[in-house]
Design a protein around this ligand. Sequence first.
Ligand code: GDP
Ligand code: MG
Length: 175
Amino acid sequence: ERVQEKIDYVFKVVVIGDSAVGKTQLLSRFTKNEFCFDSKSTIGVEFQTRSVTINGKVIKAQIWDTAGQERYRAVTSAYYRGALGAMLVYDITKRPTFDHVARWVEELRAHADNSIVIMLIGNKADLEDQRAVPTEDAVEFAEEQCLFFSEASALSGDNVDKAFFRLLEEINGVV
Ligand code: GDP
Ligand code: MG
């Protein structure tokens, strides 16, 4: 049975970060509660949606995924246009993906709206034994740059909904 719902707001959210950090799987976990083990690198799909209720308002999150354009400066400004939120993802087991976060923040500051809400996500938290980025490093960076921060795992689902909800709640408070 499908219930027709009234949508109060559509929030565009972009997911960015280096290749293979788990952007597509985080999106899949949040919108479909699925994790795909043999996922190929992203092809074609522009965005996925999930509607949630926050403070009595039905919010349709329209979450955009990069189509394998993660190389520096390859994401076009059209991707960022109208985005109210960004999930900036790194992989806790790959130090360079965290070292590149500053570049992604620069990209956002250059191309996205000034008021964009940014959530830094340290993904693959299930791989604690392979950790290469201490949580404190990310906490410190997030504080400096005024970003929200959470570690999460698209694989286990840990903190995925929580992080997306936090971002959407924050956007809801801004609009
Ligand atoms: P993207 O290039 O950033 O979109 O990355 P993908 O979502 O395609 O994921 C890249 C690889 O990391 C795939 O092999 C995924 O199965 C794996 N992966 C994604 N998220 C997680 C996670 O939370 N934990 C683990 N262990 N692997 C993950
Ligand atoms: Mg992808």
